[in-house]
Ligand binder design. Structure first.
Ligand code: ZN
Length: 329
């Protein structure tokens, strides 16, 4: 400041003091907010290393928000409260509660998953946490308590007991078996396809825990880095439910021969009419952890298979949360 210049003093004294008070207040508020921000951030990081790393990104966002807030404060005399700061940092519970598939038992999970994924919309946080997708593949494992349920979700986080065998199995061609309803639906589907001149065969249906163990062990031995992207570990295979069937073209033993065929196209277009969904696609790879498998169909009944097609939901994990566990109003 040019305090030595008497002309400056004389001309600006009347305006100088209010301006200085405003600036001083803004500085005080700024440091107060910074301190509060740091305190909240250390709370978050207390969960461990992973949480601490993930929290660094929201912290940067928070500091930018604080800077914006301070800029605004110069023009508004309302100081921020710790409650408004917390709202900035954590998605309010009401954002999760607005989802019709909100489950109060998961409220802490929503908050934790949102803090790890600050850019994710709250409604996506809710269905992902409900579906168990906030856990790691083969690390955060849930033992399935309803293995006979038509809508059971078996994936890299949900495990079937090694002793589980469905008790209503029926035979299909090629020595393959599946649960009764799935087998009947398969027969109707194969007949309808044949009427369109399209022929496929079931290459694999129900697989026991021990058989899956052999398959996975062999894949893992020859392809240690890639096996998990196309083969389920024992207990984690949908084939053990008796509700999954792998299709192939006649005369081939290699499922990859099914890719790009007229059979694959027919199945993709029509399987839902018979209650099947194509379970692993390029679009849902991040959710399922498997590469695209146009040959692997899963029976969920015609009503839900049609509904899933209609909604365009890309994974059974998401669909089950939104249309089976809960229904929209
Ligand atoms: Zn399969």
């Amino acid at each position: 400041m040019n305090k030595k210049n008497p002309r400056f003093k004389q001309r600006s004294r009347g305006k100088f003091f209010p301006a200085a008070i405003l600036l001083f207040s803004a500085i005080l508020i700024f440091f107060g907010i910074r301190l509060a921000g740091c305190l909240f951030t250390s709370d978050e990081a207390a969960d461990g290393d992973a949480a601490s790393k993930a929290a660094s990104s929201p912290k940067r966002t928070i500091n930018k928000d604080i800077a914006d807030k301070v800029n605004k404060i110069a023009g508004s005399s309302v100081p921020p409260t710790s409650a408004s700061l917390r709202t900035k940092q954590e998605t309010p519970l009401s954002s999760f509660q607005d989802c019709y598939y909100y489950e109060s038992a998961n409220r802490e999970g929503y908050t934790r998953y949102q803090s790890l994924n600050p850019e994710m919309p709250p409604d996506e946080v809710v269905w992902r946490v409900n579906a168990g997708l906030d856990g790691e593949f083969y690390t955060d494992i849930t033992d399935i308590s309803n293995p006979n349920d038509l809508y059971v979700v078996v994936n890299k986080r949900n495990r079937l007991s090694s002793s589980f065998i469905p008790d209503d199995m029926a035979a299909l061609p090629s020595g393959v078996s599946a649960r009764k309803d799935a087998a009947e639906a398969y027969r109707r589907m194969a007949e309808a396809a044949a009427r369109d001149g399209v022929i496929f065969i079931p290459q694999s249906g129900y697989r026991s825990y021990d058989y899956q163990n052999q398959l996975y062990t062999n894949y893992k031995a020859t392809d240690p880095g890639g096996a998990d992207t196309y083969s389920a570990r024992p207990g984690f295979s949908e084939h053990q439910t008796g509700l999954a069937i792998d299709l192939n073209i006649p005369g081939s033993g290699n499922l990859r021969d099914f890719v790009g065929t007229e059979q694959a196209e027919w199945v993709s277009k029509n399987a839902h009419l018979f209650g099947f969904i194509v379970r692993y696609t390029e679009k849902n790879r991040e959710i399922t952890g498997y590469v695209s498998e146009p040959w692997h169909i899963r029976y969920i009944g015609a009503e839900h298979a049609a509904k899933m097609k209609e909604t365009g939901i890309i994974s059974f994990e998401e669909y089950k949360v939104k249309y089976i566990d809960h229904q929209p109003e």
